[in-house]
Design a protein around this ligand. Structure first.
Ligand SMILES: Nc1ncnc2c1ncn2[C@@H]1O[C@H](COP(=O)(O)OP(=O)(O)O)[C@@H](O)[C@H]1O
Ligand SMILES: [Mg+2]
Length: 247
């Protein structure tokens, strides 16, 4: 479904990812682990084209997407939950969710209106799907995003990303700063979404939990992939245990 081939991405003169190659098949949960500054967020932002790679190729369902604008990437079916959640604090929960549908719908709309037809109305059963997944968001749909707890904001950020009906969900450290009970709930939701057919690329500091959940994983260090394997292989790897699992 997704294939990165020798991708390089820089911030000015600083090369943050240095030729990484990653593959994700339909239906998989793949995790990216590695210490702070390894290049995990940069990798996700390169896939969603918030950042432009300087070299290499990013293929989604066989098509090169590295030169497409970010909204096009969303409408093709890739959606990102950014690190630190980044919800809109001064919009209501419902408005936050509607913003997630906006990009995908606005792209259809421009395509249709250029043919002089009426724009389609967004189909909103996806809102129901998100409310079923996170009933607390339904209860609080009129509340400002900024008044939610950290865990609820993470649910909102995931819900917002789901509004565009992605095929591939990119999750950047969804457990960061959350209480263990909320982390379990988020991980349970990730498993549930995957069993409904969503493909997931998960970045996590919580390497142990991520490797238990994921089918496969990649380990990044200083902008490079240094190891890959299935979840169990990586969990049992002595180097990984020492460096990332605190064993
Ligand atoms: N906006 C930025 N400007 C310059 N350098 C950055 C920026 N964001 C990240 N970096 C650098 O790029 C490298 C990779 O960062 P990042 O992808 O955020 O790592 P991770 O998500 O694995 O912690 C780090 O060395 C970091 O300092
Ligand atoms: Mg990061």
């Amino acid at each position: 479904m997704l294939k990165l081939e020798s991708v390089h991405t820089s911030y000015g003169h600083i090369e943050a990812i240095k030729g990484i190659s990653i593959e994700i098949s339909r239906g998989e949960i793949v995790c990216l682990i590695g210490s702070n500054g390894a290049g995990k967020s940069t990798t996700l932002m390169t896939i969603s084209r918030i950042l432009m790679p300087s070299k290499g190729s990013v293929l989604f369902e066989g098509k090169e997407i590295k030169n497409l604008p970010p909204h096009k990437i969303v409408s093709m079916g890739i959606s990102q939950v950014p690190e630190g959640r980044r919800i809109f604090p001064k919009l209501t929960v419902r408005e936050n969710l509607e913003m997630g549908a906006y990009l995908a719908v606005s792209d259809q709309r421009s395509a249709v209106s250029s043919r002089g037809e009426a724009p389609p109305r967004p189909k909103n059963n996806q809102l129901e799907h998100v409310f079923n997944l996170f009933p607390v968001l339904k209860e609080r749909h009129k509340q400002m995003g900024g008044t939610l707890s950290g865990g609820e904001q993470q649910m909102l950020a995931i819900g917002r990303a789901l509004m565009s009906r992605p095929k591939l969900l990119l999750l950047d450290e969804p457990s960061l700063g959350l209480a263990p009970i909320i982390v379990s709930k988020i991980f349970k939701t990730i498993r549930e979404l995957n069993s409904e057919g969503l493909t997931i690329l998960l970045v996590e500091q919580n390497a142990k939990a991520a490797l238990k959940l994921a089918h496969r994983g990649y380990v990044m260090e200083s902008g490079r992939v240094i190891k890959e394997g299935n979840g169990k292989e990586l969990l049992d790897d002595p180097d990984i245990k020492k460096a990332y699992l605190g064993e």
